[in-house]
Every structure is written in structure tokens, then in C-alpha cells.
Design a protein around this ligand. Sequence first.
Ligand SMILES: NC(=O)c1ccc[n+]([C@@H]2O[C@H](COP(=O)([O-])OP(=O)(O)OC[C@H]3O[C@@H](n4cnc5c(N)ncnc54)[C@H](OP(=O)(O)O)[C@@H]3O)[C@@H](O)[C@H]2O)c1
Length: 240
Amino acid sequence: MKGSLKGQKVVIVGGTSGMGYGAAQEVIKHGAEVVVVGTTIEKINIAVSALGEKSQGLLANILEESSLKSLADQLDTIDHVFITASPGGTNRLTDQEFDIKKSYLYGKVWSSLMTVKMLLPKLSKSGSVIFLTGGFALKPDGNATLVTGAYTALEGLTRALALELAPIRVNTIRPGMIDSPLWNFMDEDQREELFKTEAKKNPLGKIGTITDIGHAAVFLMTNPYINGETLDISGGRNLA
Ligand SMILES: NC(=O)c1ccc[n+]([C@@H]2O[C@H](COP(=O)([O-])OP(=O)(O)OC[C@H]3O[C@@H](n4cnc5c(N)ncnc54)[C@H](OP(=O)(O)O)[C@@H]3O)[C@@H](O)[C@H]2O)c1
């Protein structure tokens, strides 16, 4: 069946929360088995018990090569890998300590590349890789300089890796603002205010959901002829 992931295995690094979790829900709906990966065992257990028997959880930290190697060792053949985890430090050039391992560039770009490199021997030739960036790739705001650098680098790497890794397909999702636990560091009133303000700036008058991103991930996994693309899922926010 077209659009089906039946019999396929999907690894989602960052799949215990937010957009990765939304993608885990959607790939299961489309018939896949999913492995959700994160650094916190409690989050893994909660996610796996909610996602059900087609899910499995594994601990790994994308900042550490040895942890990614151990993740790869625990996997058999996989069909798709979606990397949403983006750990990282301060975002302004002027705030940087120039410790690359604490930088958002490392947490986003280097860690995503290390994940692909480590999982590559397990990845089916008919499979795909999906990276995640964000609106700062197109619209810097002066406070997230390193985020813009990381996202634009990853979008460029998407095109280059689509050639290097072919026939494995490589694509990226560029989300707009998404209602996810990422924003739980704010209190409820602050968060509602932020979502309301951002919705007003959006041509569709709303922010996105984790399901919107999951839907895009399933599309990129199941369409066999999309390769080297960055799919903007922001309601047209970058046009406004
Ligand atoms: N939400 C938005 O509006 C938005 C928009 C554009 C871009 N983004 C970017 O997308 C990223 C994901 O957003 P989200 O909303 O899905 O965030 P989220 O709900 O906080 O989920 C992040 C996921 O990544 C995992 N993770 C974090 N550090 C990790 C590490 N070192 N190794 C492995 N897994 C790790 C987390 O699990 P553990 O905590 O257990 O490790 C969790 O499963 C954000 O970090 C942000 O840079 C977000």
C-alpha cells in the first residue's frame, strides 16, 4: 500500500518527546515499528508505555560517539532514522565560550552527522535519513546566531549527503513554532502568550502540532523519489 511503513523499522533520536514523539505516533499508525531514543530512562519508559507494543526504547546520548556506537550495536537493520534531538549551549556569538562541545553547532550539526555515520551500517539501502532544523535557518533574529549557523549547515549537508549516501535518501524537516514540551521551561501564562503572539504572525493564525511534524516525517519516509530536500512545515510563517 502506498504510504505504508508496514514491516519497516524507524529509529527516532529524540523520540521520547515533542516532534520526535509525534513522529513515533504517526509511523506506528502507518504500520512501522519504532525505536525511540533519548538520554532519560523515565522519559523512555513513559513514551514506550504510551506508544504500545510496536515501540521500543533505547538510551543514547548523541553528544557522545561511544554512546551512538553502543546504540548501533543494539540495532538490527533499520529503514529510517529521524534525528530531532538538539542539545546545545548558548546561541549568540558574543556569548560563546568557544568550547565546541558545548556549542549548538556541535549539538545539532556534529551530533546529527555522528548519528548518521554510526547508524549507517544498519540502514537499509532503500531507507532514509531525516534531519530537523527550524525557522531560524531563514530568519535570524540576532539572538540565535549559532542556531541559524547550525540549521543552514544541516540544510546544506542534506543536499550533499543526498548524493554521498544515495540510494539512501536524505531530507530535512524545517518546522515553525510547534506546541511541544520544549516550551515547558516557561510558566503556563508566558507560554500561552508566546503561542498567541506567534500564531498572530502566522498566515494560518496558528502554531503547529507534533502531529503536523509526524505527518511530514511519514511523507518523507514513504515517498521514494524525494531526496536532498528541506520541507518547510510552518504554515507559511517564513513568507509573512
Ligand atoms: N518546538 C519548537 O517549536 C521547535 C521549532 C523549531 C526547532 N526546534 C528544535 O527542535 C528540537 C526538538 O524540539 P522538540 O520540541 O521536539 O523538543 P523536546 O520536546 O524537548 O524533545 C527533545 C527530545 O530530544 C531528546 N534529547 C535531548 N538531548 C539529547 C541527547 N543529547 N541525546 C539524545 N537525545 C536527546 C529528549 O530526550 P531526553 O531529554 O531524555 O534526552 C527528547 O526526546 C529543539 O531542541 C529545537 O532545537 C523546536
